[in-house]
Design a protein around this ligand. Sequence first.
Ligand code: ADP
Ligand code: ASP
Ligand code: MG
Length: 414
Amino acid sequence: MLVVQKYGGTSVGTIARIKRVARRCLATQRQGHEVAVVVSAMSGETNRLLGLARRIHSDPSDREVDVIIATGEQVSVGLLALAIRALGGDAVSFLGHQVKITTDSAFSRARIRSIDAENVRIACRAGKIAVIAGFQGMDEQGNITTLGRGGSDTTGVAIAAALKADVCEIYTDVDGVYTADPNVCLTARKIERVTYEEMLELASLGAKVLQIRSVELGMKYGVPIHVRSSFHKREGTWVVPEESSMEHVEVAGVTASRDECKVTVFMVPDRPGVAASIFRPLSEHGIVVDMIIQSASSEGHTDMTFTVPRSDVGRAMQLLEVHLAELIAGGAHLKSTEGLAKVSVVGVGMRSHAGVAQKMFELLARERINILLISTSEIKISVVVETKYAELAVRVLHDGFGLDLPPAARAPTA
Ligand code: ADP
Ligand code: ASP
Ligand code: MG
């Protein structure tokens, strides 16, 4: 088999842990497999580097910030390759550009365009363990880029896809994907199998155990992903295609994403083209807008509300003030609200079960948690609440939907 293993920051957080990872990589190789390993920076390192950069400059999407924060992974690949050699194995490290991980030029959030994994393949066939730096790539002009927080997951899955590996194992500090963040919800349970679709929603709605782009790539190229603990050998969670034989749980998991902001444009004329004029400048500047609500129009005017991540709200407001100058002169005005969180329930079984939304609203109402915005899709329901209620909401929904029980013991909603 060809196995790709990705180790997160906590798993390589100390020299003792790096040595342990080295032993695990060698044990896998000694079972007769070819092994390529992707590693993150040691835990805390990316934040430390980002902190240094921020003391000088506030724009995290500057080219030089990527030059700085990509170094964390360079240190860990070197250390892990040395640790493997110290144990009598053979290993060679690769930085992003050495495996031609080519990306676009969106610094701090670059997307992978192509990978040439030939060097890795040659190393693995020669009995070496290839140790590849996660998180980093190079654009077509040769600039160093990074793939966004959690991006080493995406490097791992992308390398697995390029090598047509049999599995991509994501080693982390929890036992797998849980029904809610196990560090927030003590009754959360490990999920045995989750579909790519559910995992996409969970990842995009706050479950940072996998970066969303890694799940997109896994789904596109059919890479089996196994999320598991680097601290023991037990099975973790398999991310798999949806099979008809799978038991379709109604709600697979509950997530929260903090740091959401709400922006409202009041009193815009209710005519064709207005929504386009509000959202065009935002999308042209790469600002991802989430929930959008247009209120009922009255006397030819309406209000438009949407959410954006807190990191983008300043820029969004500036852009809107410039691009909507004409509307503002005509009486429209803008308001942003911070301190919000989006809490979501996700599950493919929602397609065939009515009443999930109703039950969600009742569970929140019972705790007197006020819902500010609602959005639904086929397999998820999200609500925006004040951040101070986020953890309570997660716990109440989690246990309210019976996720503290094994799947077979859960009562269906309707
Ligand atoms: P790594 O450094 O290994 O990449 P991360 O910190 O990026 O690890 O991701 C693992 C963390 O994700 C866990 O410690 C946990 O707190 C968090 N997490 C959030 N939601 C979930 C979930 N549904 N299942 C598992 N972990 C989750
Ligand atoms: N080191 C990067 C981060 O902290 C990438 C990763 O760990 O996945 O976000
Ligand atoms: Mg991570």
